[in-house]
Design a protein around this ligand. Structure first.
Ligand code: PDD
Length: 285
């Protein structure tokens, strides 16, 4: 059951996968990525991830690779790994070129990397206790809907959270919540869900989308729109969504207790619904 990489046509042990120093991903962060998870030997929501990847590629003008090609490579790398519960990292950079800002050439060959690693998921204890988050001023670029590998502000924010003993850092822009360094966020008030609307200010998370669909199917009202910092603090519950976290309860924001200070009933309900959907492989369309 090896953890393996696919890099430009070759399957390799991850440590042996090397890119040239002139790869534009290495020098400029000129690339996009996806993280896909598998459950019980099946890649979860792969079509949704590929649709988002296709959009990211098109928004940054990376050509010379098709999403069908990427899908084939992902499936083959995953199959070769034989790992039932895996985290699959997929990265496409613009390619290799002596360093200059504009790439100019239309014939660059993008660099495709896929790695497959075992994944444990969120420890049970943390899932039961819920997590603390801090907020930080939004400092990222204006196209956070593109899943770019330029993650320096996200990395710095996550480190600040870790140093503060918190699980995640949530960005706040002009008094309104955007998203976490690597998660989307929801608030729950009077049985309704509130989450920032899609747009250039957030990543349209796959888990976010699934949770919204699931909730609506169950008749739980969902409001997608501006979510102020005060509204988050005053919510009954809050939770994070992401491929790794699934649905993870938030129990404090900036050291202020949320609701009961415990993972709330709506968060549990949605988490259990999510797990049920995963077990039944319900990730279409
Ligand atoms: N993070 N917002 C940001 C900024 C993210 O980086 C992510 C995902 C999400 C949640 O998206 P999804 O539900 O599709 O995983 C929201 C990935 C997992 C990461 O970079 O590790």
């Amino acid at each position: 059951m090896p953890e393996i990489a696919f890099l430009n046509g070759e399957f390799l042990p991850i440590d042996d996968a090397k890119v040239p120093v002139d790869d534009r991903g290495y020098q400029f962060g000129d690339g996009v990525y996806e993280i896909v998870k598998s459950y019980n030997g099946r890649l979860w929501a792969l079509d949704r991830h590929l649709r988002r990847l296709e959009r990211s590629l098109s928004e940054v003008g990376i050509t010379g690779i098709t999403v069908d090609e990427v899908r084939e490579r992902i499936l083959e790398t995953y199959e070769r790994s034989g790992i039932s519960r895996a985290l699959v990292y997929v990265q496409v950079t613009r390619g290799v070129l002596p360093r200059r800002h504009a790439w100019t050439s239309a014939s660059l060959k993008p660099t495709l990397l896929v790695t497959v690693r075992k994944f444990q998921g969120v420890p049970d204890e943390l899932r039961r206790s819920g997590v603390e988050v801090i907020t930080l001023p939004e400092v990222r670029w204006g196209r956070r809907d593109i899943k770019s590998i330029n993650l320096l502000p996200n990395v710095l924010a996550a480190q600040k959270a870790w140093e503060a003993g918190a699980y995640e850092a949530i960005f706040v822009e002009g008094g309104y919540i955007t998203e976490g360094s690597h998660t989307n966020i929801f608030a729950v008030r009077d049985g309704r869900l509130f989450t920032p609307q899609e747009g250039p200010h957030i990543l349209p998370g796959i888990t976010r989308g699934l949770v919204i669909e699931m909730a609506r199917e169950e008749g739980i009202p969902v409001e997608e729109g501006p979510l102020s910092y005060e509204a988050l603090l005053e919510a009954d519950e809050a939770f994070l969504t992401a491929t790794g976290e699934e649905v993870l309860g938030v129990v404090s924001v900036d050291g202020r207790r949320m609701g009961s200070g415990k993972v709330g009933p709506m968060t549990w309900r949605l988490y259990e619904m999510f797990v049920d959907r995963v077990e039944r492989g319900m990730d279409s369309p």
